[in-house]
Ligand binder design. Sequence first.
Ligand code: ACM
Length: 517
Amino acid sequence: MPAPRTGPPRTGPRTGSRTAPALIPRPTQLTMTAGEFVLDGRTGIRAGRGAEPAAALLRTHLAPATGLPLPLAPDGRVVLALDPQLTGLGAEGYGLTVGTDAVLLRAGRPAGLLHGIQTLRQLLPPAALSGTPAPGAHWSLPCVQITDVPRFPWRGAMLDVARHFLPVAFLRRFVDLLALHKLNVLHLHLTDDQGWRMPVAAYPRLTEVGGLPHGGAYTRAELAALVAHAADRGVTVVPEIEMPGHVRAALAAYPHLGNRPSRRLDVWRQWGVCENVLGVHDEVLDFCRTVLDDVLDVFPSRHVHIGGEECPTTEWHASPAARLRAEQEGIGGPEALHGWFMGRIGAHLHERGRQPLGWTETGVDLPSSFTAMMWRDEAHALAAARRGQHVIMAPYRSTYLDYPQSADAGEPPGQPGAVVDLRAVYATEPAPAHWEAEAADRVLGTQAQLWTEYVTTAEHAEYLAFPRLCALADTAWSGGGDWTGFSARLHHHRARLGALGVPSRPPTTTPSERKSR
Ligand code: ACM
């Protein structure tokens, strides 16, 4: 097993006289050897201890198009081996040898095997990814030797299901699309001013009222099944419950959680930053803890996102109760209530063994025990990293997929003010070279954001997500820095996206609502 490297790989587009397979993300090391391996009706899978889920995943993915049974067999020629001694491959790396007689996929940890399965899918003809049966096709893989280790452990995509509800069937499909690209985090933005999508037993009105205007809510069972579906593919679902701002849907359901309990608010039908925020009385903290305890029951992820961004303090300044709270806590004025609030709820998550995660807008606005998701400016991420925080890079100028992907007049309405094209996403630098090593080491990775003010259909969401998520995946897993090579690989990869039915053209119907960032 060649030693894995985490630096930029040296794989060129050609090896010898044959074109290297166009894998996305680019593997760390790839060597082509002569010949091909053919999967047919007699091919079996030999799965060592702990490798059975990877075998099941391969079978699940290949069955619709190939119809191949791929049974478990002691003499199977596709060998899947989990070997804890392979520590050099880290938590997610794998080694793959495709020879003419056998395929050997090895990893030290289960996630590595799952990622290797995705490589096998990409090595097959694109039709293997389709849902349409193609009986009798020649299912061959080129012979290769691959050693593949991700550069960053956090390779994510955020989906905003609050602004517009997206059906759970789409979420499952989206997880499959993430996994194909070795993206390993689905960050679900479950609540906002315009909607509340997760049921909470003690507060049924959250979804009864907050689920109304823009489409619906999930059941706990649906979310739990989504978490399991994602885990089977090496993807962690990270929930986000927004607080103390972006809560108008919750305030519409439970006015007593606000700063003027007698006021009746509706679920917001506008876009932008809403002035209505949670109050800071004990009942509100209890509400947040109760909500999060339900969330923790459904989502086992280590990180739990509690939002924190775009929280105007106008209402706290105007509220005698909030001013008194700030005074009693000895924290200065009402503007300090944001950090105080995040700290209190973060402590609750710590007590439950979870790691709080929030959006940072300055780099110093979250309690220092939080993981910081930076969305505005690289300098904020550096400031947070210098405070010792882990950071995730989500800069809006290169990772916000609600911006149009080109200036073309045919693009559907999107976030105004910028274009985030494929090249910009590819150029996202999770750990900028000019940072000192200590700060760079605190970067967990990067993720793309799909806000859905303009997105009402799954088709539109997919159109915005791809191929830009391919670029993010290449940067997050392989380290980027090879635009020409990426473009060439993407050219071939588009056939895979096509086989999967990912739309390459703008959707025909789109909403016309606009907001400004
Ligand atoms: C954000 O764009 N509201 C993080």
